[in-house]
Design a protein around this ligand. Structure first.
Ligand code: FES
Length: 678
């Protein structure tokens, strides 16, 4: 035994590296507490929750100056044996609350035993989120009632929580009080409680169960978009996503885009309330379906985090969005909101569940943009980053460590395949990738649901089940960009005629021309063509996006950005090269254009997992400079200049290094036009 001068063994915890001397016989869990090591416990050392599992290491550890033997810890005990027989315990693992330190020891705390384990790690933004949930589970032993010292069961539970877990003066909503007496007696005065403590109000008991509750605690992270609503069901102890699902936003029947929904609210008495009811029902159904997918009781969902644009935000809250439809675009409340989920009419989940709604940045830049800022952290970026969340409305953030600006730009739904003649939402059968041979002008494409290109052998068989049904957002972007690269479309966006551009795939369409991508009419399928009005719709959408980005660049006084992040589920499918050929985004080295996937959803998950993330984003949003596109005169100017493909004025040197755009020009009828000089 290597007793030290102080007579206390030395213990080193890995991976934290925390070390110190503890009294001989100290349980590992207690030693961890003393040394500030993150080791979980729900049962408080009663040997029944197994959250405190550790893995002792034996041998020579010169780095730590320790030679650890199996005798460094107390022998395997009856509690551990019982746990192993009943539930199983992996080889080499001990229960930290049972194993006591007898000699110098090196003890590893595996990730699943760490309360604050890392759950979200984003290399691009140098971002790590550790579990720090607002709702946690605690096992408590409560004094039985005593006639000679009368006190309420809740008061004794409260005293036990304070004594055993340091949770002082909790509150309990009525549904918990109603269940309290039965739970205490059924559990023989031992109960598990789910305590919500987000640091902004007294802790609240949201759930109570007799004995040890082993069903878990769950939360929902919801990205409430104007077109789709996505939900992730997360385990509040581990951060693991147990199920995800998405549905169309049922408000679409009241208006395709945000402004048409605001108009619906303005024109129809009770219209806002109708839309509120529709979205709340959708969220309730979605909660039920993700819980069913994960095989858990919806009543175990105790927290809901919602992100959404300002109109969605107001409609969910039951606030008439009429003020958001006109200058000065005042929000009813812009800060983060902490509410009872029942107040939002979310049914089926725990009656006591809490909701956290991220702050809105401005009247046009919502909690979804705040969630993107949380996930992508432009405020921590060394270089100047442009973050674009592409959807029906584009949310745009530009900045670095010193300053972040935000705006929103009304791109409309063209990027999602709407307002496009053969457009459709991204679903099996939709053309999603397109290339056009610059010499033969022949297209090849790929559809969602098959990895084969249209000129690959076996393509027809591969798409037999889905058919070729239309073209989705990423498909139309690639098609228009490829038409520009192949010289079928000039910089002003005019499609050439068959004679002028050299392919019979260009067919007359009224006074304009269309490019036939796929003609399925002989087999009863659709004719999928890119029409002149499709190109115009894409031009309008991309001009809005570019003008928004450019406006922020003006505000910051820069001509270039260092990198671009395309966020949003759609952003994940856009090809950076094609986006740049179209001039959707400013010129930038292509390898510095990355996709962040559903960053708003990731931000919502971060806020669900971590109280620190919530306070961080609240502080960040207060520092973001809001730029209002609707009232900026320069926006219109930028919008007009951005109509050309890629742009009327701005140079695209990085793009020019990779792609040569032919200098074709077509007349109004699609025929060749002599190029003007200068
Ligand atoms: Fe619960 Fe050890 S703390 S089993």
């Amino acid at each position: 035994m290597t007793e030290t001068e102080s007579g206390k063994p030395l213990v080193v915890f890995t991976p934290s590296g925390r070390r110190g001397r503890v009294a001989r016989g100290t349980p590992v869990l207690a030693a961890a507490r003393q040394l500030g090591v993150d080791l979980d416990s729900v049962c408080g050392g009663r040997g029944i929750c197994s959250r405190c599992q550790i893995a002792p290491a034996f041998g020579d550890f010169p780095k730590h100056g320790i030679h650890a033997t199996p005798e460094a810890l107390s022998p395997w005990n009856a509690v551990e044996e019982r746990y192993r027989t009943k539930r199983g315990l992996a080889e080499g693992r001990r229960l930290g609350c049972q194993a006591c330190i007898l000699d110098d020891a090196v003890i590893d705390v595996p990730p699943e035993s760490q309360v604050h384990r890392q759950v979200i790690r984003k290399a691009a933004s140098d971002r790590e989120i550790a579990m720090d949930p607002a709702t946690r589970l605690y096992l408590v032993d409560v004094e039985p009632p005593d006639m000679h010292h009368p006190s309420g069961d809740f008061e004794r539970l409260s005293a036990a929580l304070s004594e055993q877990w340091g949770i002082a003066a909790p509150t309990a909503p009525l549904p918990v009080l109603a269940r309290l007496q039965q739970a205490l007696r059924k559990g023989d005065w031992q109960v598990s409680v789910a305590v919500f403590d987000d640091g902004t109000m007294p802790p609240a008991i949201l759930g109570i169960w007799p004995g040890l509750h082993e069903g878990g605690l769950y939360g929902l992270a919801i990205d409430l978009g104007s077109t789709t609503i996505a939900a992730h069901l997360c385990d509040l102890a581990t951060g693991a996503v147990r199920a995800s699902d998405g549905v169309m936003n049922p408000q679409i029947r009241f208006g395709e885009d945000l402004m048409s929904r605001v108009s619906y609210a303005m024109m129809n008495p009770g219209g806002a309330a109708e839309m509120t009811a529709a979205v709340r029902t959708a969220l309730t159904d979605l909660a039920r379906s993700v819980a069913a997918d994960a095989g858990i009781e919806p009543a175990l969902i105790f927290e809901v985090v919602v992100v959404g644009n300002p109109v969605m935000h107001h409609l969910l809250l039951g606030i008439d969005p009429v003020e958001l439809g006109q200058a000065p675009f005042a929000l009813a409340a812009s800060g983060a909101l902490r509410l009872a989920a029942a107040d939002l009419g979310l049914a089926g989940i725990a009656e006591t569940a809490r909701t956290y709604i991220l702050p809105c940045i401005a009247g046009h830049v919502g909690a979804d943009a705040a969630a993107v800022a949380l996930a992508e952290a432009p405020d921590r970026s060394e270089d100047l980053v442009l973050v674009v969340d592409v959807g029906t409305n584009a949310e745009i953030l530009l900045g670095n460590r010193s300053r972040v600006l935000a705006c929103s730009s009304p791109t409309g739904p063209a990027f999602e395949g709407a307002q496009i003649s053969a457009g459709q939402r991204a679903a099996p059968g939709a053309i999603e990738r397109v290339t056009i041979d610059p010499v033969t002008k022949e297209p090849r494409f790929r559809i969602i649901g098959s990895s084969r290109w249209s000129d690959d052998p076996g393509f027809a068989e591969a798409v037999d089940r889905t058919g070729i049904t239309g073209i989705c957002g990423s498909g139309i972007i690639e098609a228009v960009a490829e038409m520009r690269i192949a010289g079928l479309l000039d910089a002003s966006g005019l499609i050439g005629s068959a004679e002028a551009a050299g392919t019979p795939r260009l067919v007359p369409d009224g006074r304009t021309h269309s490019y036939v991508l796929h003609d399925g009419t002989s087999t009863g399928g659709p004719l999928i063509a890119v029409t002149q009005s499709d190109v115009r719709a894409i031009q309008l959408a991309k001009s809005a996006l570019y003008a928004g980005a450019r406006l922020l660049m003006d505000e910051l006084g820069v001509e270039r950005v260092d990198r671009i992040v395309l966020a949003g589920a759609f952003g994940a499918h856009i090809s950076p090269k094609h986006a740049m050929v179209l001039g959707m985004i400013p010129d930038c080295a292509l390898e510095r254009v990355t996709s962040a996937g559903n960053a708003a959803g990731t931000g919502a998950r971060m806020a669900l997992a971590s109280r620190v993330a919530r306070s961080e984003i609240e502080a960040t949003v207060r520092r973001i400079t809001k730029v209002e596109t609707a009232v900026a005169p320069r926006f219109q100017e930028h919008f007009v200049a951005a109509n050309a493909i890629p742009h009327a004025r701005d140079p695209f040197p990085e793009l020019a290094r990779l792609v040569r755009l032919p200098e074709v020009q077509f007349g109004a009828g699609g025929g060749p036009r002599r190029r003007r000089r200068g």
